[in-house]
Write a protein that binds this ligand. Structure first.
Ligand SMILES: Cc1cc2nc3c(=O)[nH]c(=O)nc-3n(C[C@H](O)[C@H](O)[C@H](O)COP(=O)(O)OP(=O)(O)OC[C@H]3O[C@@H](n4cnc5c(N)ncnc54)[C@H](O)[C@@H]3O)c2cc1C
Ligand SMILES: Cc1ncc(C[n+]2csc(CCOP(=O)(O)OP(=O)(O)O)c2C)c(N)n1
Length: 578
């Protein structure tokens, strides 16, 4: 008779799972042993379980299929927690197999004993404990179906001794492998939404990740309403390309034009977005929001009509009801402003030969120009998010991943590993922070060991620069943000990657080209400006005040050199130029 671990594995295989990310340990031996014997599932051996969870999240995001992580008891699966939070908040289907100490020892504060069912409660839709061998197939199926149907994390807690017991039931099919259901709101709700949109003079669309697969419908309704389209960050990869209505992103790291188009409208149509910052929503506009999850509607701003539906199908149903306006003043004004904003941003992305350190904008721009047309990018939380938001172009084939909803540092490298494992033939490129890279630097070894040819571009500014800006904006003198970095290219070489270090603009393109063409993992360490300020598109009185305060504090502290630094980075232009 097959063991619980073997039936578990067979169930995964029959559900199209072909990789498991993890790190072994005593209580997980039954499962890893089954993997080693079956050979139908690839074991992606990571150096830190958090990385396994980030990698699985990227895999699930890109494949729209369940991804799986497995970790040993106690500290082994505890390490998953931050990565699993990211997966859950990004709404990607991930199953975590958290092995547990022997069931005979539970409740005795035994060596490595934890309560995973409590620990993972907040980052999962379902957490089932397998107390008996007979129970496993049903608990597993519930966990898998829940992760797929609700999109998020499920956890099964499996004591090591039970994994090795005989299982009397065979592997059973789940019945579905993804949730692609469509949902159309009722006519009366659509009519109420249409009335708001028809009666408005200036409609703006805020489009998010829920617009995936609805590009044509999005453009069609924008045409009918003569509405500029602003995108939320997770919607960038699906919305911005081939889009004459595009006016950029809004938010703290967005474009001035995106902010302006939102604030100038008298009706907002929010489509598949959970853009989280209330202060960036227009106060006086009427609002219609479409979301597949009704509970998301009205969470960030007051909404007049909520439509529970999938964007594509809802727009198809809404289109005949909204009519067509010929008044294009708001659209034309917003697009013109966007063009100006874009021009200003592009002017910052320059590299004067010999000047060191480089402008990070220039690094992102060159990367964007030479990366493959179906490249997968991952961006670390911190200022790499800014460069990705402003300088990477998408085309319907390229993809973008980040820890956008959870906001955890160190996501870019492990997400790249998962992306590369899922798509071995595609170019996978990180925009890594120096702080972010160092946080999970052991994963360089994962890239080498698993032959994952990811390309890591380090924006090395010797600082936790993003929080430094936050501190300055809040009127605080930066503290604890210095990073004493090694030469990351040498670290990479020691780990078995191709390494390169770039100190001047003219070295950049050749180094990136060589790394992208290299048949294996490569790291390019680029020295970039530390105080390349990326101020919000609109500065509130408080933030400006805070900034002034910082300057005076800096002077008082005898840190005049920092002010000169800021001047070099063209602060005034950024603050007041747009
Ligand atoms: C350092 C940092 C700075 C950031 N700054 C900004 C910023 O300035 N601007 C910005 O925009 N973001 C910013 N973000 C990201 C931000 O935190 C949010 O993650 C992002 O705005 C959310 O994008 P979204 O609404 O497209 O995606 P999500 O938050 O994932 O929302 C998608 C919504 O669509 C729904 N949905 C999914 N599929 C469908 C479907 N088929 N039909 C209908 N609905 C569907 C979901 O239920 C969900 O409510 C930043 C993140 C970081 C880490
Ligand atoms: C795990 C975690 N720790 C701390 C933070 C707070 N934080 C956000 S961005 C950031 C700095 C990131 O630094 P780095 O990776 O060097 O990128 P930079 O902003 O310098 O380009 C910090 C500390 C976080 N988001 N996640």
């Amino acid at each position: 008779m097959a063991t619980v671990a073997e039936i578990l594995l067979e169930t995964l295989i029959s559900s199209d799972v072909s990789r498991v990310y993890g790190l072994p340990g005593d209580s997980l031996n039954g499962f890893t042993n089954a993997i080693s014997e079956h050979k139908k599932i690839q074991w992606i051996h990571v150096r830190h379980e958090e990385a396994a969870a980030f990698a699985a999240g990227a895999d699930a995001h890109l494949t729209n299929r369940l991804a799986v992580v497995a970790g040993s008891c106690g500290p082994g699966n505890l390490h998953f927690i931050n990565g699993l939070f990211d997966c859950h908040r990004s709404r990607v289907p991930v199953l975590a197999i958290a092995s547990q100490i022997a069931s005979t020892e539970l409740g005795t504060t035994y060596f490595q004993e934890t309560n995973p069912e409590q620990i993972f409660k907040d980052c999962s839709h379902y957490c089932g404990v397998i107390a008996e061998a007979d129970q496993m197939p049903r608990i597993l199926a519930i966990a898998m179906r829940t992760a797929i149907a609700k999109r998020g994390v499920s956890v099964i807690v499996l004591p090591g001794n039970i994994a090795n017991k005989d299982c009397p039931f065979p592997a059973a099919a789940l019945g579905f492998l993804s949730n692609d259901s469509i949902l159309v709101p009722p006519h009366q709700d659509l009519a109420a939404a249409a009335a708001i949109l028809k009666n408005a003079e200036r409609v703006t669309i805020l489009a998010g990740a829920g617009c995936e697969g609805a590009h044509a419908e999005l453009l069609e309704i924008a045409g009918h309403l003569q509405a500029p389209i602003v995108h939320a960050f997770r919607g960038k990869e699906f919305v911005e390309y081939d889009n004459p209505f595009d006016v950029g992103m809004t938010g703290l790291i967005g474009f001035a034009s995106g902010y302006r188009a939102m604030m100038n409208c008298d009706a907002l149509l929010a489509l598949g977005t959970d853009f989280p910052y209330p202060q960036f929503y227009p106060e006086h506009a009427r609002k219609v929001q479409v979301d597949i999850r009704g509970e998301q509607i009205g969470r960030r701003t007051v909404v007049d009509v909520g439509l529970i539906g999938t964007v594509k199908e809802t727009l198809k149903a809404l289109l005949p009801l909204v009519g067509s306006t010929t008044d294009s003043a708001h659209l034309e004004d917003s697009v013109a402003h966007y063009k100006e904003t874009r021009k200003e941003l592009d002017e910052l992305a320059v590299g004067k030969p010999g000047s060191s350190p480089l402008h990070p904008e220039y690094v992102a721009r060159v990367l964007d120009e030479i990366a493959a047309e179906d490249a997968i990018f991952t961006a670390d939380v911190g200022s790499p998010c800014i460069w990705a938001a402003r300088y990477l172009h998408f085309n319907g084939k390229r993809r973008l991943l980040g820890s956008f909803s959870h906001g955890s540092m160190a996501n870019a490298l492990p997400q790249a590993l998962g992306a590369q494992a899922a798509f071995p033939g595609r170019q996978v490129v990180t925009l890594s922070g120096d702080g972010g890279l160092a946080m999970l630097m052991g994963e360089l070894l994962t890239a080498v060991q698993n032959k994952l040819p990811v390309k890591i571009v380090v924006f090395n500014n010797s600082a936790l620069a993003f929080v430094e800006v936050e501190m300055m904006a809040a009127g605080i003198v930066p503290f604890g943000t210095d990073l004493k970095n090694p030469d990351f290219s040498k670290v990479a070489e020691a780990c078995g990657l191709l390494g390169a270090r770039v100190t001047t603009p003219e070295e950049l393109k050749p180094a990136l080209e060589k790394a992208l063409a290299y048949d294996g993992p490569a790291l390019v360490d680029v020295l970039v400006q530390r105080r390349e300020l990326s101020m919000p598109p609109t500065i509130s009185a408080n933030q400006a005040l805070g900034f002034g305060l910082y300057l005076s504090k800096a002077v008082l502290n005898g840190r005049g050199d920092e002010i000169i630094d800021l001047a070099k980075a063209n602060l005034a232009n950024r603050l007041f130029g747009r």
